[in-house]
Design a protein around this ligand. Structure first.
Ligand SMILES: [Fe+2]
Ligand SMILES: [Fe+2]
Length: 328
């Protein structure tokens, strides 16, 4: 149902609705589980929260291309190269949909890019870890895209229309990413002992950072309550993390790898897997710019932005020429 089918503010058609009327109307749309659209009135905090979240999400998609693009030229076969190339291109597309979604809220694309390369806006901590061999490509698909799916499927029901709709398509592509990673790992596990060790080693390195992708624990996540009230977020960080663990443990068993957590065990009473304590000091270090690859990722993004200046200038000149031709 669209917002146009929702009740109008309770004012006569000619009177300008007051701030309270607009707010009440907004609250009613949220309460009915309908979507807020770009033309609708929304509280400043709602707009700011969404711009911050969507921009961070877009930056993560774009920066997230780097660790895997590192392996495109060294893929072990044409088939693996084609799959990886398609996956990395999908991530570029995700970034573009999300920048467009942020633009519907009045955010400026150039400004968002500048904020990213000046470290004024963040991106997911996971992309600050290095990819050491081709098994990492498989493990990223399995765990990192798997965690992204857990995070993003509920966002398809986010209260902001353009974000929710963008997520529907993104999630379909993420599911391909996850499956290509798992299939690559299955193939390696049927290979040599050395290949099996590569998969285990990559799993050991990526498991804990994948759990950190869901963000800080609920008691240390001050924005969660408001985001859930606005139905931007549908589940807390800890709920999503638990869902990911429950989903991944049987997959690890089927694959034949050991997840690097001695405390990982099924808890019959809770109906969930228990798992060990996450090293939150590492998370804080990586988020504040001190992860293994933060400087390298940003330097690369900055260089790509500078190298692309001529394209932006040419596109602007072309657009100006055409608008001039249209008026004359
Ligand atoms: Fe993506
Ligand atoms: Fe992905």
């Amino acid at each position: 149902m669209t917002t146009s089918q929702a009740a109008s503010p309770t004012t006569s058609p000619t009177a300008t609705p007051s701030e309270q009327d607009l707010e009440r109307h907004f609250d009613e749309i949220i309460a009915r589980d309908q979507r807020i659209e770009p033309r609708d009135w929304m509280p400043d905090g709602y707009r700011k929260t969404l711009v911050r979240q969507i921009a961070q999400h877009a930056h993560s998609e774009i920066i997230g291309m780097q660790p895997e693009a590192n392996w495109i030229t060294r893929a072990p076969s044409l088939r693996r190269k084609a799959i990886l190339l398609a996956k990395v291109q999908d991530e570029a597309g995700h970034g573009l949909y999300l920048y467009s979604a942020a633009e519907t809220l009045g955010a400026d694309r150039t400004e968002m890019t500048e904020k990213l390369i000046d470290s004024r806006q963040k991106y997911s901590s996971i992309f600050n870890y290095p990819t050491l061999n081709f098994a990492d490509v498989g493990v990223i698909g399995w765990l990192v895209d798997g965690a992204a799916i857990c995070n993003q499927v509920p966002l398809c029901r986010s209260s902001y229309g353009p974000y929710a709709r963008g997520m529907v398509r993104i999630c379909k592509e993420e599911s391909f990413h996850q499956r290509q990673g798992y299939e690559l790992l299955m193939t390696m596990m049927r290979g040599t002992e050395e290949q099996r060790q590569m998969v285990q080693d990559a799993t050991d390195r990526w498991w804990w950072p994948s759990l950190m992708m869901f963000g800080p624990p609920d008691h240390d996540s001050p924005n969660t309550a408001q985001s859930m009230e606005w139905k931007i977020k549908r589940h807390t960080n800890d709920e999503l993390r638990q869902r990911f663990v429950d989903m991944t443990v049987p997959q690890a068993e089927a694959l034949g790898v050991t997840l690097p957590d001695p405390e990982l065990a099924w808890n019959d009473e809770r109906g969930h897997y228990d798992f060990g304590e996450i090293d939150w000091s590492e998370f804080k270090q990586v988020i504040s710019g001190n992860g293994p690859c933060n400087a390298q990722r940003l330097a690369h993004r900055r260089r790509a932005h500078e190298d692309g200046a001529w394209v932006r200038e040419a596109a602007a000149a072309h657009a100006a020429k055409h608008s001039h031709a249209a008026v004359s």
